[in-house]
Structure formats: C-alpha cells, structure tokens
Design a protein around this ligand. Structure first.
Ligand SMILES: [Mn+2]
Length: 286
C-alpha cells in the first residue's frame, strides 16, 4: 500500500490537491456506538483501497470525474464521545462548504452524518436529506446519547425535510416519529410503479444524500454491521440517484457502515464504485 491513500488512487497533485479540487473526501473511521458487529472503523480505508483499483473512466457518462479534482483529507479521528466526534466532523464540513467544495464523507458508523447535517443547516436555508437505509434510525436518543447511530434521522429531521428509502427495520417506539408520507419501505417500492419519481416529488431542490450501505440486499452487501434481508440492488440505487441528480441539486453525500471483510473485497468495491458513479453524474457538464 502506498503512503497516502487518495480516493481513486490518484497520485498526481493536479487532481488530488485540496486547493484545486471540486470534491473533498473526508474519512471518519468512527465506530463508537455500534450495537452488534464492530468494524465500521475500517470502512474508510477499505473504500479508499478498493477505489485505487477501479477504472477512472465512467461508461454511463463517458467522463473522467477525477479531472475535476478529488482531494482526500486527513481522517477525523476524534472518538472520545459521539458528541466530540460530531463537533469535529461539523468543523471539517464547515470548512469544505466555505471553500465551495462538494463533501463526500466516508464512515464509520451512521452517527458520523450528524455533524454533516448540522454544518449543512448553517450553509443552506432549504434542503432535503435523502436517506437510503434498511433502518429508520428515528429514536430520539439511544444508550444515553442523542448522537447515537440509531438516532441519525431524528437529528436530520430537526434541520431538513427528510425522505427515507429502503426501510425494512424499525422499532415500535420509533413509529410516532415516522411520517409515513416520507418513507418508501422496501416491501412496497417494487409494487409501486414510478416510485423513484414519487421520491423526487418529496425532495426540495437541494438534496444531501446519506447512504447506509445496509440499504443494499446482503447478497450484494454482506459487509455491514446490521444486515437485513429484502434490500435494494445496485441498479435500483444507481437509477434512483440518477433521477435525483437530474431533477435536483445534490449538495453532498456520505456512505457509511461498511464493515470490511478481509476475505471478500466485492462489497468494498461496490461502495467505492457507488461513490464514483454518483460523482460522475453529479459533475457531468459542470
Ligand atoms: Mn442502517
């Protein structure tokens, strides 16, 4: 492995220095509040490593988005508490947004998104948060912290309109917090023609995307801490993101909860390619 691992394995300063980059990748290898399988702290490095083995030409757009500049920042390693980690992430995203760059956060567990939401709320008057996830994550607090991974979307709802897609696991106590008009359950979407347009109809112009990799079916994405059956496939997720990108202004994204498995690198590759394909769409014609 080379010294500094840049997303995409880009080694030229022209395409990876922060100054010239349109895209800033922030690794946050935090795994402090996971409840079952630990290991999401290895997620960012696994994504970066896989990305270094990916073709940097995107077939669907016919582009090489790395030429827009993708800077990979030093990881946020604050892990004293969920609150301290959240503040550290918020400060980094503040800087990225102030510098007019597009943030891409690599988790770590899902609580890493909370600091991003807070920062976005200072920079955008009006935006939506689109969550792709198996879990509703709407508990108001969990295990003594409001910044637990189980509370991510409760925090999102405080600063933005939210839309939840792929949900298939939720607790009774969460139901009073869930707006059924803003949830696209995994068991209903395939029976709903044009469900992707219905998702888009609920979103504002500016959209932040938070992707918990357990939104995918475990057949494609076994490397997560809390896998759930009946998930989405890769093409469904890409097509949804494509439609959202066509109809909205995507303002950033995070990809969280990769819990890498040394013996199976395919899920790591899925995560790194997902990010690259989304960036290719987002920066096509820009
Ligand atoms: Mn989840």
């Amino acid at each position: 492995m080379v010294g500094i691992l840049n997303y995409g394995g880009i080694d030229s300063a022209e395409y990876s220095s922060y100054k010239h980059a349109k895209i800033a990748v922030l690794p946050v290898p935090y795994d402090g509040t996971s409840t079952w399988v630990k290991g999401a702290d290895g997620g960012p490095n696994a994504i970066l490593e896989a990305s270094a083995n990916m073709e940097l030409y995107d077939i669907e757009t016919g582009t090489e988005v790395f030429t827009k500049g993708i800077a990979t920042l030093k990881a946020v390693t604050e892990n004293q508490s969920p609150e301290a980690m959240t503040e550290a992430v918020e400060a980094q995203i503040d800087k990225i947004l102030k510098d007019n760059k597009f943030p891409v956060v690599l988790g770590g567990e899902h609580s890493v998104s909370i600091g991003v939401f807070r920062s976005l709320a200072k920079h955008f008057n009006d935006f939506s948060i689109l969550q792709l996830d198996a879990h509703s994550d709407m508990r108001d607090s969990y295990e003594g912290s409001a910044n637990n991974h189980a509370c991510v979307m409760a925090r999102a709802k405080e600063v933005a309109t939210i839309v939840q897609v792929g949900i298939r696991s939720s607790a009774a106590e969460e139901q009073e917090h869930i707006d059924p008009n803003r949830v696209f359950y995994s068991h209903t979407i395939r029976e709903t023609p044009n469900w992707m347009y219905a998702v888009s109809e609920k979103l504002r112009d500016n959209v932040y995307i938070t992707i918990d990799l357990d939104v995918f079916d475990p057949a494609y994405m076994p490397s997560t801490g809390t896998p759930e059956p009946d998930g989405l496939n890769y093409r469904e997720v890409i097509n949804l993101l494509k439609l959202v990108n066509e109809r909205h202004n995507i303002i950033g994204l995070d990809v969280v909860e990769l819990c890498p498995n040394e013996k199976n690198k395919a899920p790591d590759f899925l995560a790194s390619k997902l990010i690259y394909q989304l960036l290719s769409m987002r920066f096509n014609n820009e």
